[in-house]
Structures are given as C-alpha cells and as structure tokens.
Design a protein around this ligand. Sequence first.
Ligand code: NAD
Length: 290
Amino acid sequence: MKIGFIGLGNMGLPMALNLARAGHEVSGFDVVNRPEPPLRAAGSAADAVADAEVVITMLPNGQILQDVAAEIIDHMAPGAVLCDCSTVDVESARLVAEKALAAGLGALDAPVSGGVTGADKGTLTFMVGGSDDAFAKVQPLFQIMGQKAVHCGDSGTGQAAKICNNMILGVTMIATCEAFALADRLGLDRQSLFDVVSTSSGSSWSVNAYCPAPGVGPQSPADNGYKPGFASELMLKDLRLSQMAAEAAEADTPMGQLAAQLYAQFVEGEDGRGRDFSAMLPRFEQRKRG
Ligand code: NAD
C-alpha cells in the first residue's frame, strides 16, 4: 500500500518504519526530522500524501493537526483515508474528520496506548473512531503497528476512549503514589503493600504493571530513576484534554479535575517536567498534610 506519514517524532518514526519494513511504500514528512530509507523523504506534507491510499498523522496537538489537515486534504487522492493517531481534543478530531469527509475522503481518529516501546515493537493499542469502511481499509496497518485496534464508533470516539482511559490512569497513579507514601509513614513495608494490593481489590495497572516504588513489582521507570516512560507533561496534556471534553459535555469529573491540578503543580511548579508520571511518589514522600 502507498502510505503518507506526517510527524516522525518519538512515536511516528518507529510506527512508519514498521510499516515500511512490512513492505509498504511509505513517504514521510516532518518539519524537523528528515526521514531516511526505507522511508521515502517527502519535500512537504502535500508531497507526502500525493498518491497515498492512507495518510497517517502523528503530531503534537489539535491545532497542529488542523493546520496540517488544511495543508494536505486538497492534495489527497479521492477515496484515500486520513488517519490521525495523535492524542488531540475531541473537537479537533471531529473538525478534521468533517473536512476530510466533505472532500470525499475517509477519516479516522486512532490515538494509541503503549508509548514509545509499543511503537517500536509494534504492540500499540489503537482506539478508533470513524466509519466501518475506513476502519476496514486501515485495519491491516493497525495490525502491523499494534496488537489490537478497537473500533469505538463514529468520529471522535477514539479520542474520547483515549482521554477516558488516561483519566483513569492519572487518577489511579496518584492514588497509588499517595498510598505508598502513607504506608511509609505507617511503618508498612512497601513490598508487603505491593503483595497485598496487587492481589486485592486495590489492584490496578498502576500498581501491578507500573509500580511507582523502586525495587517493588515488575521493572518500571521507578527502577530507572523515574526516566520516562510516560512523561508527566504528557499525562498533564491528556488530563487537560479530558477536562476540556468534560467541560464541553457538562460531565462531572471531580477526580479527573483534581488529578489535572496535581500534575499541573508537579510539572509547572515542582520538579516533574521530564520525569516519569510515576515520580509522583517521591513528591508525596516529601510532603506533609496541608
Ligand atoms: P514528538 O514531539 O516526538 O513528535 C511530534 C513530531 O511532529 C515532531 O517530530 C515534530 O517535528 C513533528 N511536527 C510538528 N509540527 C509538524 C508539522 N506542521 N508538520 C510535520 N511535522 C510536524 O511527539 P510524540 O511523543 O511522537 O507524540 C506524538 C503524539 O502521540 C502526541 O499527540 C502524543 O500525545 C501522542 N502519544 C505519545 C505517547 C508517548 O509516549 N510519547 C504515547 C501515546 C500517545
């Protein structure tokens, strides 16, 4: 298949490489990173999408996605599918899909879970919004870049699934970190807490698979000085997207709101920037009530 790939950063580059290594013809474009073989280096975003049957974007935010979409839609081949894999606000995802559909194209919002390791290993999970036809066309590519693609519904529902998932993740990570810090003060050994919680009703992915306490549970960024992993500022971005969506939809999400406030404080007022989102644990270790 001929594929245009725009946004070759930490996530986009390994995803594009996996497609090329599987035998697809991938033309890549990025404003900073120049692609090398097996990717074809396109001179512009418009050049990358000409002739492509599927165009994939992996960009920093919704405004950049809208700008890039405005640049490429008129240059895409009739019937081609524009598949955005970035994490962006639901509103931008729906606007871009509307414009693509009006131009006779297919459109999917297909954000991912699994991080840079998942992008590298081809084990991402895709959450996808858009039509059945567009989903069917891109499904073979999801199978190369990932291990699972869930078709969630119409345009925007992929982004909705992503921010709901990450709102749960942000909240459970904070709860896990504060519980470990409380255990310390109560004289409860961290390994014992892990042994109990990981097989009890307090268990979650944050405890069982990504334990924020160094030396406890499976290997995680906590064992590597809290080097990301999933950086705190990316968690903050996703929590803010969840709160934008909650406000627009008049949904009551007090825990999500508080998690967004705590990560904002951590990233912007403390030493959280550039550290894994599980580095909330040393933050709680240092702090006292009030
Ligand atoms: P990144 O900053 O490494 O990559 C983004 C790339 O887009 C950069 O290389 C940048 O030069 C390029 N770019 C910016 N504007 C452009 C334009 N106008 N035209 C072409 N290229 C342009 O970010 P990333 O970590 O690869 O993340 C990409 C997206 O994936 C984000 O939306 C992020 O929230 C999401 N995401 C990231 C992770 C992660 O762990 N890094 C996990 C899941 C989802």
